[in-house]
Write a protein of this length. Structure first.
Length: 209
C-alpha cells in the first residue's frame, strides 16, 4: 500500500482522536468533541463510550480504557496540520481494512497515524524522496507479542509490547510522555490488527518546517 501527495492543510483547533478516510480536516471539520470522559452518558443508562471507568461508573477508583491512552499519544505526538495524502493498493482486501494519514507532528517531523484491521502485516510505502527511517514507532496491539485474537474486545492495550495502565492514584505506567521504539533503518510494516503512530525523523518535509 502506498501513500502519496503530502500537502499541508492547517487547522489550529484539530482534536480528532482516530484517523478516518478521508480525514475530517480535509472536509472542513475543525474540532471533534468527546461525548463522555467517565461514567454515565445520559439518563438512559451507562456509557460504553467513556475514556475512563466501567460502564455506569459514578464514584470510586477509575481505570482508563485503551482509547484514553490513544488520546494521550495523539496529544503527545500529533500537531494540528494534516498533510493531504492518498492511499493506493492493488489488493481490495487491504484497501478495505487499512487506513493511514500523515500529520505534522509536535516535534516538527511528519507523523503517520494508521489503523490496520487486516489479520496480516501490511507494508506501507511513502512517496519518493520521503525516507521511512530513521523513525520512532508507537505500535498499539491487544497483546504483548502482537495482536491477541482472544483479547481484541478486551480492555487492555499494549504499546510496543508493554502494557499501558494506571494505578489507584492515577499514575501512568509507563510514565507520560510515553516512550517510543527507535527504528534506525528499514521500511514501514504495519503489524496485523494494530494501530499506531510512526514519527518520521528522517523525513524533512517542507510542509512541516
Amino acid at each position: 500500500m502506498c501513500i502519496s501527495s503530502l500537502i499541508r492543510v492547517s487547522c489550529p483547533h484539530a482534536r480528532s482522536l482516530l484517523p478516518s478516510h478521508p480525514h475530517p480536516l480535509q472536509l472542513g471539520v475543525s474540532q471533534v468533541n468527546r461525548q463522555d470522559l467517565a461514567g454515565w452518558s445520559s439518563e438512559g443508562g451507562p456509557s460504553y463510550y467513556a475514556l475512563l471507568g466501567k460502564p455506569g461508573w459514578s464514584n470510586g477508583p477509575i481505570s482508563p480504557h485503551p482509547d484514553y491512552f490513544t488520546a494521550l499519544l495523539w496529544k503527545q505526538l500529533v500537531g494540528t496540520a494534516v498533510l493531504a495524502s492518498a492511499l493506493a493498493s492493488g489488493d481490495p482486501s487491504v484497501s478495505a481494512t487499512v487506513d493511514a494519514h500523515v500529520w505534522c507532528g509536535t516535534g516538527g517531523h511528519p507523523v503517520v497515524t494508521y489503523f490496520n484491521a487486516n489479520p496480516a502485516a501490511v507494508e506501507l510505502q511513502l512517496p519518493a524522496g520521503v525516507p521511512a527511517s530513521p523513525r520512532t514507532e508507537f505500535l498499539l496491539t491487544s497483546g504483548a507479542a502482537g495482536y491477541d485474537p482472544t483479547a481484541l474486545t478486551g480492555d487492555r492495550i499494549f504499546l510496543n509490547g508493554n502494557l499501558l495502565s494506571a494505578d489507584a492514584s492515577g499514575a501512568l505506567s509507563p510514565p507520560f510522555p510515553f516512550p517510543g521504539r527507535a527504528v534506525p533503518s528499514g521500511g514501514l510494516v504495519l503489524p496485523p490488527l494494530s494501530y499506531g503512530f510512526l514519527v518520521l525523523e528522517g523525513a524533512a518535509t517542507p510542509a512541516c518546517a
